[in-house]
Design a protein around this ligand. Structure first.
Ligand code: ZN
Length: 341
């Protein structure tokens, strides 16, 4: 490591950032008009909850996944039906399948732990808030200091279950299996005619990162390993009716999984396994439209223009092509040669 890298960087050390920006990406995002306008709308939405109009209700049964349509300006509420926490894993996808929740964009802008005003951002290429958390009935007492009550990371999968419960059959439930079920229920996915293509696509979607709610977790640094690791914990106390709400900034399918681990007090398989609790999901029309999504520059158009003009090569990489080293011709860098350093 060079000497200059050894000292901790300071915000003022970022020479290519404008003065308004910061190493703290969240701080940068919160300075934008898009973020501030969304906070204003969320406050309006919360203040008008008595006037919301009921749209529909569904029950998420244990060991299942589902897909709930929530339109722009509507709120989806997840509510406990018992005095026991039930972990839910969440994905969001637009009905045209073009955008879906992105852990990368969400965590960079708003952090790992979801709280009120948290915006779930979509994938690169669009990066819009898909939904915003507008209600969270958990408190700081739900988990020990440092633990998040709702956190982005990942979900339990069939392979994990095989590892934890080698005696269980392949039908043992996992959030991954529930997500597969949920994604299949999105109409545009159900409409994919080729069965294998549809199944493969669903598996790709279900394999993406997601967040869990009502599951305490800590990302902690282990100095002896020089590594940050994940620590799971048993859920805190929950009363019947304790809820979470997300306001839809875009039309979305909310794909949910009832985590087979329930409240993390019992195993999923064997004599001590407990059936998780069902949950109530309701959707409400707030009558309040979200602010305009941030507008980004047309990077995709620019990229394909560069392909067209020969500055970006997207020809397939075959074994033969990889053995050929081009000695002339554009490679893209010439577009930047006049950029001031
Ligand atoms: Zn799970």
């Amino acid at each position: 490591m060079c000497k200059s890298c050894a000292s901790k960087p300071l915000p003022s050390d970022a020479p290519n950032f404008s003065e308004a920006l910061d190493y703290d990406l969240s701080k940068t995002w919160r300075q934008t008009d898009a973020y501030k306008k969304n906070v204003e709308v969320v406050d309006k939405v919360c203040a008008s909850s008595k006037d919301w109009k009921f749209v529909y209700e569904q029950t998420l049964e244990p060991h299942t996944g589902d897909a709930y349509l929530v339109k722009k300006g509507q709120v989806i509420r997840m509510e406990h039906l018992h005095d026991r926490a039930q972990v839910v894993d969440w994905h969001f996808i637009t009905p045209d399948l073009k955008e879906r929740s992105s852990m990368g964009n969400s965590v960079c802008w708003d952090g790992f732990y979801l709280k009120k005003y948290y915006q779930v951002m979509s994938n690169a290429g669009e990066m819009k808030p898909l939904v915003t958390m507008v209600r969270d009935d958990t408190t700081d007492e739900f988990g020990p200091e440092g633990y998040g009550n709702h956190i982005w990371i990942y979900h339990c999968s069939p392979e994990w279950q095989n590892m934890f419960y080698p005696d269980a059959g392949p039908e043992i439930n996992s959030c991954h299996m529930n997500f597969v079920q949920g994604f299949h229920r999105v109409p545009a996915i159900a409409a994919i005619e080729d069965e294998q293509e549809r199944k493969d696509f669903v598996n790709v979607l279900a394999s993406d990162h997601n967040f869990q709610t009502f599951q305490i977790m800590d990302i902690y640094y282990k100095p002896e390993e020089k590594q940050s690791k994940i620590m799971l914990g048993v859920c805190g106390d929950v009363k019947k009716g304790d809820a979470l709400e997300f306001y839809a900034n875009e039309d979305v399918y909310v794909v949910v999984s009832s985590c087979p681990y329930g409240d993390f007090t019992s195993p999923v398989f064997g004599d001590k396994a407990k059936l998780p609790d069902p949950l109530k999901f309701t959707v409400w029309d707030t009558g309040i439209q979200p602010p305009e999504a941030p507008e980004w520059k047309d990077w995709s158009g620019a990229f394909y223009d560069m392909v067209e003009s020969g500055h970006k090569d997207i020809s397939p990489r075959t074994e033969e092509s990889l053995r050929t080293v081009p000695t002339s011709g554009p490679n893209g860098t010439e577009l930047w040669l006049n950029t001031e350093k």
